[in-house]
Design a protein around this ligand. Sequence first.
Ligand code: COI
Length: 328
Amino acid sequence: MKLTAYEVRKDEEENLRKYAQRCGVDELVITGEPLTGETLELAEGAAGVTTLGQSVINEDICRQLHQMGVTGYSTRSVGYNHVDLEAAKKYGIRVSNASYSPHGVAEYTVMMILMSLRKYKPALYRINVNDYSLDGLVGGELCEMTVGIIGTGKIGETVIRNLAGFGCRIYAYDIYEKEEVKKYAVYRDLDTIYKECDIISLHTPLMDSTYHMIDRDAVKKMKKGVILVNCARGELMDIEAVTRGVEDEKIGAVALDVFENENGIYHHDRRTEIIKNRDMAYLRQFPNVIMTQHMAFYTRQAVDSMVKCGVESLAAFARQQDYFCRLA
Ligand code: COI
């Protein structure tokens, strides 16, 4: 059985080989490139292909994979907004995503909240130039705050459990309410979350219904000084509205691990290149805006699971078996 793995980082290679061997894969092609029309030929003769989130698996790619005899596709990410599931079904390609522990992203989210609350970015800048002043660095205490968690899937629920220890009031929003979450948080509608929360963190998947959910209207409803955190998908926020909110001082701080149109920028060294994402460059310069390179997921445990799911599912599909992360 041949498998082709795209968008492979160096730190995934050992695990990829380990799981490929365990699953009886006799030919494993590894490339750092995304799966596009140009790199498709690497999948010739493969039973399945795996990518991360940068390859867009649209109808055209599905059709070409089908013509090459590829019958399985796995994304080594939890999010699958880059995959056209209908097209995959149409061309008989079985699809899976990854499953990994929610703790990495949940803990990172708490870190982003605390860094924003305690003005860690300007404090860190100052210490590096021997400026030990405190002016403008006064913070707040989480125990006195109301935190809104939008999306109570595995990650949102884990953030809520983690936050429970801080003694803050926690509001939650999701279209599906979970009994377990109600032990620590109160479900409220979105408008109440916008109106009453001091901190709002997004943990919802990117879908048509959540695209740009944090828009000008939503920001208008929020409390002055609100802290916004996004470790989910950049496209959940209309960045123009968020930037305007920071400029007007309506928004007190923003912490982003993701950014709309981050593809091709995040996870690459672009130090000597011209980056054409004006929104990203402009927003990053504010002292109350923290941005990181989509790394909330990045723990040893998660990387192992991502690769494991990516390879095991393709091997199962090649043997006409099902897999617990199957999407289509
Ligand atoms: C995910 O698993 O959905 C992530 O956001 C991780 C990233 C490598 C695509």
